[in-house]
Design a protein around this ligand. Structure first.
Ligand code: PEP
Ligand code: MN
Length: 365
């Protein structure tokens, strides 16, 4: 879509899969130093060090971050690990302070992405500044808000962009702290060609167990990196204690993840090319069948118009839905997929027929 600069072109020596690690929050200089030391000892130095300085807390009264002082401690990271650092900014004053302390990469948090006023304020503070910005998905599964925040950054000249997938809050599904909704990051990648998405399993799972599974899924789906909250003494962390892991555990996790190759980076082999050709052919057939199906739908529409029948006939719909779902399930297609497919086809059919009825009305006038 837009020619933004990918992670490898940010001028920071970063590559994908990008591994970002560090504590949820910077707490004390000693804490930062200990995390860095353990990362070094474990030979588990991430490419980018994260630490929250201003913490957007859902309820007041919890730890709200150490503020500007914490940015001075980032020198400790540079000294021990010699890697770039990233922190969250939530308003124009955060931006100003982060730039003053030469933070290498900024990120926008989920609670900020939901608010176009706040995102625009940050964008204005960044106008003309050359710094990479990562935008976390909004709390709610709204792709437009996520895209919108990235576009607001792009519009003020921020070309070094990436997205972070941290999951979406859900009032009922408590398996996750924030439900992954994998179709969202995938859809973002479809809509904005080349947009890299870093997965944040820590905020998705909200607990230490289960992080690995989500991180592996992210790699299987073809996301471009991981942001994992890491603390030398997770249980005593001042924020998000349940989900942080030690540098030793981080190393274990990273070593056991199967990082998939990105197909874009390599030439597909013969076998894959053959299989893709087969899919192309089947898709052509699928489209021919759909074309034929809608031609029949239009004939039914004409008949309904002639006989003064309404478009939606609930008994017929119920029958179509149930019988096709059953047949699909027998062919090993999931029930959810069958229902979504049928809704989609049915919606299009209803719209076409309703248009026919309207045109019929217009003719009468
Ligand atoms: C964080 O990264 O610590 C954080 C507050 O994340 P989110 O905006 O995803 O809740
Ligand atoms: Mn956190």
């Amino acid at each position: 879509m837009k020619p933004h600069k990918q992670i490898k072109d940010w001028g920071l020596g970063l590559t994908t899969p990008l591994i970002i690690a560090g504590p949820c929050s910077a707490e004390t200089p000693e804490q930062i130093e200990q995390i860095c030391k353990e990362m070094k000892e474990e030979n588990m130095v991430p490419q980018l060090f994260r630490a929250g300085i201003w913490k957007p807390r859902t309820r007041p009264g919890s730890f709200e971050g150490v503020g500007e002082e914490g940015l001075k401690w980032m020198e400790i990271v540079r000294h021990h690990l010699n890697i770039p650092i990233t922190t969250e900014v939530g308003n124009a004053s955060h931006v100003e302070i982060a730039l003053k302390h030469k933070v290498d990469v900024l990120w926008i948090g989920a609670r900020t992405t939901v608010n176009p006023f706040a995102v625009q304020e940050i964008a204005e503070a960044l106008r003309g500044v050359d710094i990479p910005v990562m935008v976390k998905n909004p709390m709610n599964p709204d792709l437009e808000l996520w895209m919108g925040a990235l576009e607001r950054m792009y519009a003020v000249g921020i070309e070094k962009l990436a997205a972070i997938h941290r999951g979406f809050s859900d009032a009922y599904d408590k398996r996750f702290r924030n439900k992954p909704n994998w179709s969202m990051p995938i859809h973002l990648k479809r809509q904005w060609t080349g947009m890299e998405v870093i997965n944040d399993p820590s905020h998705i799972v909200g607990r230490r167990d289960g992080l690995l599974e989500v991180a592996q899924s992210a790699m299987n789906f073809g996301l471009d990196g991981l942001m994992i909250e890491t603390h030398h003494d997770p249980d005593k962390a001042w924020s998000d204690a349940k989900q942080q892991v030690t540098p030793a555990r981080l190393k274990e996790m990273i070593n056991s993840i199967d990082f998939k190759e990105s197909l874009e980076a390599m030439q597909p082999d013969e076998k894959l090319q053959d299989l893709r050709r087969a899919v192309d052919h089947l898709d052509d057939q699928l489209l021919d069948i759909l074309q034929e199906r809608f031609a029949v739908i239009d004939q039914i529409g004409a008949h309904k118009r002639e006989h003064h029948l309404s478009v939606f006939q609930s008994d017929r719909w119920k029958d179509v839905m149930e019988s096709r779902t059953q047949k699909g399930v027998a062919k090993h297609l999931s029930e959810k997929f069958m229902k979504e497919l049928l809704y989609c086809i049915h919606e299009e059919s209803v719209k076409r027929q309703e248009k026919q009825l309207r045109e019929g009305e217009a003719l009468k006038k």
